[in-house]
Design a protein around this ligand. Structure first.
Ligand SMILES: [Zn+2]
Length: 273
């Protein structure tokens, strides 16, 4: 995919034209203008200049002036210098769509709208240590004001930092196509699945599951979680016999969890001694 067209001038008034492409396989120096992969040094200099709004740069001891730069909307997604920082740790957890490929906004794609994407460095919380934060690179669509992250990158981040705290929406949920939540995989539209809860011992250990449950209970979702787990146990215990014992033990945990939100009983507040 061509993400930019550029014309460069040197002091000797040579003029060079390039097209910057997003895939290595599209690189081609034999055509006119040459197709240059975005990670090559010269493209890198152009991207850096564009992000810092500079019209000139020096490369290999040669001075270049950017005479013309036409960029496609996705240009900034590939431009590692054009990165805004956002803090997603305060307030209500933000929804992030987990998507299979980079440089796509699912909502814009679905509605055939032109995308307006940027990369952002997002500060998010780590679920197992709520006092800790980490920074991950995600994408943001300025048209829709939605955030999304590529599935593979998220996996890498979570390998490094552990489970991250945000409300995740998977591509299949988002596009509205059915995706069977068989045996505790990402379920469609339950708050548990949106926080990454999985009732499979090999995918998620008990500490992580309970960290999610505790967090959500503290956010005031206790009765919702009890309803979800009860309905999982009731409706799926036969085909998901392995997950069922996990749901049962997690439901016991939820029932016994002592949250601030339990203290309110109708007419007044109970005081905890
Ligand atoms: Zn969009």
């Amino acid at each position: 995919m061509i993400i930019a067209y550029v014309e460069l001038e040197t002091d000797k008034e040579y003029r060079y034209q390039y097209k910057i492409v997003s895939e290595k396989s599209e690189e081609n120096f034999d055509c006119e203008p040459a197709m240059v992969y975005y990670e090559t040094n010269i493209a890198n200099e152009i991207m850096k200049s564009s992000a810092y709004e500079k019209e000139e740069f020096v490369f290999n001891q040669q001075h270049y002036k950017i005479a013309l730069l036409l960029t496609e909307k996705r240009f900034n997604v590939y431009n590692k210098y054009a990165i805004r920082k956002v803090d997603l740790t305060s307030g209500k957890p933000v929804e992030i769509i987990v998507y299979k490929s980079k440089a796509l906004c699912p909502a814009c794609k679905k509605n055939n709208r032109e995308m307006n994407l940027e990369n952002v460095i997002a500060t998010v919380r780590c679920l197992l240590n709520l006092n800790d934060t980490c920074e991950i690179e995600i994408q943001h669509c300025k048209n829709c004001d939605t955030y999304f992250v590529e599935e593979q990158s998220l996996k890498e981040y979570e390998k490094k930092y552990g489970l991250l705290l945000f409300e995740r929406v998977t591509e299949s949920n988002f596009s509205g196509y059915g995706y069977d939540e068989f045996c505790g995989n990402f379920a469609k539209d339950t708050i548990l699945s949106r926080y990454g809860y999985v009732a499979q011992a090999e995918k998620m250990n008990v500490d992580s599951r309970r960290a999610i449950l505790s967090f959500l209970i503290d956010q005031g979702h206790k009765s919702e979680i009890k309803n979800i787990l009860s309905s999982f146990i009731y409706n799926r215990s036969e085909r998901c016999y392995k997950a069922c014992s996990i749901w049962e033990s997690d439901l016991r945990f939820v029932n016994e969890y002592d949250s601030e939100h339990d203290d309110y009983v109708g007419l007044g507040w109970l005081t905890r001694l």
